[in-house]
Each structure stands twice: as C-alpha cells, then as structure tokens.
Design a binder for this molecule. Structure first.
Ligand SMILES: Nc1ncnc2c1ncn2[C@@H]1O[C@H](COP(=O)(O)OP(=O)(O)OP(=O)(O)O)[C@@H](O)[C@H]1O
Ligand SMILES: [Mg+2]
Length: 454
C-alpha cells in the first residue's frame, strides 16, 4: 500500500520529539526505507552495508523512538503508528486553525514540514547569560532583507558559539529550517552543501561524497540556493576558522578547502530570503569585499561586568566582589578564561594577594596556556610582532613608537589593519593614543620569552 503521508513530515515529527538528540545519516536511511517497506537485508544490499550492522542500527532506533514517544515502537508497527500520529496532529491542527480562522486554507502535511531543526553538536544554552545588546543587534540584522550573512568573530573562548546558538534557538520560529553545523572536522564544501540538501529533503539517497568535482559543487550549490530562495532557512556555521589558515599574506582558505570561497560567495552574493550566521576566531579575508548590506560582522568582546558574578559563581568563592571584577577586567571578561579562573579561585583566597601575581599564576594553568596558545596561532606574523613589543615594554607604547620597532610592517595600511584587528580581538587596549597588551597575554608572552632565553 502506498503511504499518503510525506516521509519528511514523519522525520520532522521525530526530530522534534527526540530533540536535543538527532538522527544519524544511517538511522535516517533505515527509517526512510522501513517507511518504504524495505527489509533490512534489501537495505544492506542497496546501501552496501553489513546486514548485521543495519539490524543493530534498527534495534537502537526502535529503542530511541519507544523512549521518546513513550510507546512500544518496532519495525512492524512503525508505519501505522506514525501514520496515525501524523493524521491525528493534522486533525488537531486543522481544528485549531478552523477555530481561529474560518477562512483558513485546509491544512496539508506540508505545513508540518515547518519547524525543521537540525542542531547537530550545538551546545546547550540553558545557562546562557547577558549579551542582550548583541542578541538584539543580531535580530535586527536578521530582519534586514539585504543581509544574507552575519559573522560573529572574536578571540578564542569569547562566547561566539554560545551567542550564535542562543540567537538561533531564540529565533527558530522565524525560519522554516534551522540547520547547525560545525566545521571543526574540516568538512569539504561539497560534503557540507550535500549535508544541507539532505536535511532540507533533497539528495536523500546520496550518502557518499567521494569523487565530486568542482562541477558537482556548482550544481549542488545551485540546488541549495534554490531552497534558500523558496524557503526561509537559517544556516548556522560554527568554527569557520577550521577551514582557514594564517599565511604570509593574511588569512586564506586551507589547502584543498579553497572551494569555500565559492560556497560563501554563492550564499552571500545571491538574492534569497535565507540567512547564514557564522562564528569564527578569524575572518576570511574575502568577506571584507562584500557590501555592508549583504554581510554584517560582529566583533565579539568579553561579557558585561554585570554577568561576572554569575559566570564565576561568586557565592561559592571567597574572593571579594571588587577584587573579582578587577581580576575579570584583566582577563577582558572572556567567559572561557573566567570559567577556568573560577575553578581555581580557591587558590586565591587571600584578599591582599596582588592581582598581578594572580594573573602570573593563572598563566601556569594548563587550560589557560592552551587557550592563549590557540589565540596566538590565529595571529599573523605582524600581529605577533606587535604583541611581542607590547609584552616586553613596561609602559604603554604610543602608536608611532610601535611602528618604528617593527620588522614585518611593510606598509602603513597593514600596520593599521593589524592594530585594529588586535583591538577588536580584545588583545590590545588603546588609552590616550597609547597601546598596551591584555594583562594575561602580557604575562604569558613574557613567560614564554624567558623560557626561550634559558
Ligand atoms: N553568554 C554566556 N553565558 C554563559 N556562559 C557563556 C556565555 N558565553 C560563553 N559562555 C561559556 O564560555 C565558554 C566559551 O564559550 P564559547 O564556546 O561560546 O566560546 P567561543 O568563542 O565559541 O570559543 P572558541 O573560539 O573556542 O570556539 C563556554 O563554556 C560557554 O558555555
Ligand atoms: Mg566556538
């Protein structure tokens, strides 16, 4: 018997019910094929899987669905159960809609496809605090029909992932689809585009990406753009820096991932009704060439002072509030640094302890060393050189004195750009036209230099 209900409606219902977990590609294949009436052995043969593996995937799936729906669901009752569940929800929705709007159109299963959210490894934002101004700004940009792309960029651990995820979760009802992906495993742009299409409901049978060519990427992108035009889709891309590297000239795409230029260009420069929001420790250079209408960039700084007590869990620490705020300023209110520091605050229970000393102590904490090293890795040679001079200077340095010291500053433009970038990343502070370094970075670089000299 043919199924009158679209499988995407089934997937959508399952997705909502099992959230925040989500189906893997193989689980989705098994469900789709059970829906189509295929046996496990036929599936294994068609998709080139071991039959035992498909059986195990199936067993786990029925367990997940039984727990999520609070009903015993198995291979034999899956189709009738879902058919009944969706028919009921159509009737309920239809009744509600008729009650509220006599002129409403008959509800089709199509409307169930709305609210399709794919969160992959998006973090939990239950304990998210502050950032009201930034969330408001992101919201206003997202409502600007010219804006196709928002990039949230900033220092390691400054809260980029948390912010874009919180924004996406709070505003998911504004979109037909929200699709969240991290690029930290350096997916190729072809695989990524294919994954997007698969989630939106295209290319369902295309689960292998080996052997694609540039032509394939172009045609996949054309399909994706088509969807971005027809539906309002929010694509969330985290860890954009994973596809970038800092070379002699600046920030460029990693070798073999240069096609991301094509991918980003297509999404940013084409007219559609969707939005892409990315988080990145560094900005791809090519993004600077788009008009400020199409792309908006938010340079994310540290958390607001008013949230420091919450994030460091002040009540359970012995440190005085004013001292904690002073210490937080030295860490530029970077939430990751604050959280690591908070877990070590019991070491600093003496209120008379010199904060300079505390910062130096923090530079010995393994997680902080790792975070600062990751931050240094994001910098160009010129930016590193500026950091070096600021670290060895006991006093803030006027801009012109800084420029005369530098070996890598071939041009004034490059120098000014580097200064601006370091300021945006909260690594450098300007006061009265004089520059100084973020205290913890200063202590860390000094320690590194001493170690090198020994
Ligand atoms: N607004 C916030 N409220 C509560 N916790 C936050 C907030 N922002 C960030 N954090 C916490 O700080 C830590 C770092 O945040 P997050 O992972 O978002 O930073 P990031 O900028 O994405 O880091 P990376 O550069 O490593 O990707 C996380 O533990 C996160 O939960
Ligand atoms: Mg992140």
């Amino acid at each position: 018997m043919t199924n009158p209900i679209d499988f995407n409606s089934v997937l959508s219902l399952i997705d909502r019910t099992i959230s925040p977990t989500y189906l893997s590609a193989t689980q989705e294949i098994v469900l789709r094929e059970v829906w189509n009436g295929k046996t496990y052995s036929k599936m294994a043969c068609d998709y080139n899987y071991d039959p035992e593996y498909i059986k195990t995937v199936g067993c786990n799936l029925w367990q997940i669905l039984s727990n999520a729906f609070n009903e015993q669901i198995n291979k034999s009752n899956f189709v009738p159960y879902m058919r009944q569940k969706i028919s009921c929800s159509i009737v309920v929705n239809k009744r509600d809609e008729l009650l509220t709007n006599q002129n409403s159109q008959v509800l089709s299963t199509e409307s169930l496809k709305r609210e399709f959210y794919h969160w992959a490894t998006a973090p939990n934002t239950e304990h998210f605090i502050g950032r009201d101004k930034q969330i408001k700004l992101l919201k206003s940009w997202s409502q600007d029909s010219n804006c196709n792309c928002i990039v949230v960029s900033g220092m390691v651990g400054c809260g980029k992932t948390s912010l874009i995820t919180k924004f996406a979760k709070d505003n998911q009802s504004q979109f037909d689809y929200v699709i969240w992906f991290s690029l930290n495993n350096s997916l190729s742009p072809t695989t990524l585009t294919n994954n997007f299409l698969k989630i939106i409901g295209q290319n369902q049978d295309q689960h292998s990406n080996s052997g694609f060519t540039q032509q394939d990427l172009s045609s996949l992108l054309a399909q994706l753009i088509n969807h971005l035009k027809q539906k309002r889709i929010l694509l969330v891309l985290d860890d954009l820096e994973s596809i970038l590297e800092v070379d002699q000239v600046g920030i460029c795409y990693q070798r073999n991932l240069e096609d991301y230029g094509h991918f980003l260009r297509s999404i940013i420069a084409t007219n559609h009704q969707s939005l892409m929001i990315c988080a990145s420790r560094v900005r791809p250079k090519s993004l600077e060439y788009y008009g400020m209408n199409q792309i908006k960039i938010l340079d994310l700084q540290g958390l607001e002072e008013s949230t420091i007590e919450q994030i460091t869990n002040l009540d359970s620490t012995k440190i005085e509030k004013t001292k904690l705020l002073d210490l937080s300023t030295r860490l530029h209110c970077n939430p990751q640094l604050l959280k690591i520091t908070a877990s070590h605050l019991n070491i600093f229970h003496d209120d008379h302890e010199d904060l300079e000393q505390v910062v130096q102590e923090l530079c010995l904490v393994e997680e902080i060393v790792s975070l600062l090293e990751q931050e240094l890795d994001c910098l160009s040679k010129l930016e590193k050189e500026i950091i070096f001079w600021l670290a060895i200077s006991c006093q803030p340095i006027p801009q012109k004195d800084l420029a005369t010291n530098l070996k890598h500053a071939q041009s004034k433009i490059k120098f000014n750009k580097s200064i601006a970038s370091l300021e945006k990343r909260s690594l450098m502070v300007k006061d009265n036209s004089q520059y100084s370094l973020m205290p913890i970075m200063k202590s860390y670089v000094r320690r590194k230099l001493v170690q090198l000299a020994l």
